[in-house]
Ligand binder design. Structure first.
Ligand code: HAM
Length: 420
């Protein structure tokens, strides 16, 4: 038997219903904030991610699925989509149009991580990016949008972690201070940290190795090194979040696992997730366009790990993904099928989720099939009922039954509970 590749999975009902629900709420909430969908390719030139996410990051150095195309081009399955959105912005010269560009996207991303609960090699993200502005109110609005999304899904228990990691002006002094602080304890740090001390010291703060933590905790805080402009930006953002009642934890060690960030970074975590507790992450990336060879374009965004959202929702609202049959149409007598089918069509047109079976069944068997499908109602269409234009509608939960004409039936069904 051929099976799925390690770290990938089939998403089956009812979980697939939960994915669809989470996606539809995202589309609706993001629309209210004036975001439009963008769809970029699942594979891109590998260089796009090397230049943006960063050669030294785990994502690019260890986890990216790269392959050589037949013409020799190095390609990669996208590990994230921010770089692709900025590439698209530049490629289509959207910077020439006035105003901000607000995009959202959803789809699979690929990282060759060690699979565990909430961590896959193909996983799904919903992300949003705003290009063309760096007002702190934009950062606040993006954070507000994501918390509004959580509210709409009914996720109340979460922590918002916030940091600023400065910019090209102020970060070099911080990196230098980090190097100085790390030098005397260098031998105590893990091999990765020792390497990063030379190649990309900021990444040390991101280290998950238990034995490194006591040392890293003693290292200087980026917040003490912010230049006046970055400091003012961060202060304003914090004031706006306070004003809107959006509570956050200052987390100076949170530098995020991607190199393109400047200034604001944030994550939302949930205790319901276990080790992989990050529900979503994002931040500002004012230098990313230039890393890709474009003109200066300011940007901020985030990406939500859909698989993790679904995991949390399945714990707090288990019935959410279910969308059972609303109407099971049972027909009795060989002449009843055509009319029963016609009624089924009409019910479907009113938005009701219907099932009709193609073999004639005894009523008892039909009812037991309807029960197995957890159908809300059963419509009984016999030859007599057709002659009298009076059909039996059985409420499977209440056990009650009523006689309805065709028009009464259709009116009644339009108010059935369940999704339309
Ligand atoms: P990221 O933190 O790498 O950021 O990923 C965002 C979210 O994707 C994580 O918080 C997590 O929920 C989910 N995620 C990441 N890896 C996996 C995995 N292997 N399995 C399941 N879920 C996963 C980014 O990707 C940035 N592009 C976010 C961003 C957008 N920053 C600015 N704009």
């Amino acid at each position: 038997m051929i099976k799925t590749i390690r770290g990938t999975r089939d998403i089956l009902p009812p979980e697939s219903g939960l994915f669809a629900y989470v996606e539809s709420v995202a589309r609706e909430v993001f629309r209210r904030f004036n975001f439009d969908e963008i769809r970029t390719p699942v594979f891109e030139k590998a260089e796009l991610f090397a230049r943006s996410v960063g050669e030294e990051t785990d994502i690019v150095s260890k986890e990216m699925y790269t392959f050589t195309d037949r013409d020799g081009t190095a390609l990669a399955l996208r590990p994230e989509a921010t770089a692709s959105v900025v590439r698209a912005f530049l490629e289509h010269q959207m910077g020439n149009e006035p105003g901000l560009k607000r995009f959202y996207y959803l789809g699979p991303m690929f990282r060759r991580e060690r699979p565990q609960k909430g961590r896959y090699r193909q996983f799904f993200q919903i992300g949003a990016e705003v290009l063309g502005g760096d007002h702190p109110a934009l950062d606040a609005e993006v954070i507000e949008m994501v918390t509004e999304y959580l509210r709409c899904l009914g996720i109340q228990e979460f922590s918002l972690l916030l940091n600023s990691i400065g910019d090209r002006q102020c970060r070099p002094a911080f990196l230098q201070a980090l190097r100085v602080a790390a030098e005397p304890v260098k031998e105590k740090l893990c091999e990765n940290c020792r390497r990063r001390l030379v190649t990309n010291p900021l990444r040390i703060l991101d280290c998950k190795e238990e034995s490194c933590q006591p040392y890293i905790d003693q290292f200087p805080s980026i917040l003490d090194f912010l230049c006046a402009a970055c400091g003012a930006h961060f202060e304003k953002l914090r004031a706006l979040l306070d004003e809107r009642g959006l509570r956050y934890q200052l987390t100076p060690r949170m530098v995020r696992g991607l190199d393109y960030y400047t200034r604001t970074t944030f994550e939302i975590t949930s205790d319901l997730l276990g080790a992989q507790n990050s529900l979503l992450g994002g931040g500002r990336y004012d230098g990313l366009s230039e890393m890709l060879g474009g003109p200066p374009v300011k940007g901020i965004g985030f990406a939500i790990g859909l698989d993790r959202f679904v995991l949390v929702l399945s714990q707090i609202r288990p019935a959410l993904g279910e969308d059972p049959v609303q109407l099971f149409v049972a027909w009795l007598g060989p002449k009843a099928f055509s009319k029963a089918y016609e009624l089924t069509q009409k019910c479907r047109q009113t938005g009701v989720r219907c099932v009709i079976e193609f073999e004639e069944l005894k009523l008892k068997k039909a009812l037991s099939n309807a029960d197995r499908m957890k159908a809300g109602h059963v419509l009984i269409v016999g030859e007599d009922e057709i002659a009298r234009n009076s059909f039996q509608l059985k409420d499977m939960k209440a056990g009650s039954q009523e006689s309805l004409s065709e028009s009464e039936l259709l009116a009644r069904l339009s108010s059935l509970p369940g999704r339309l």
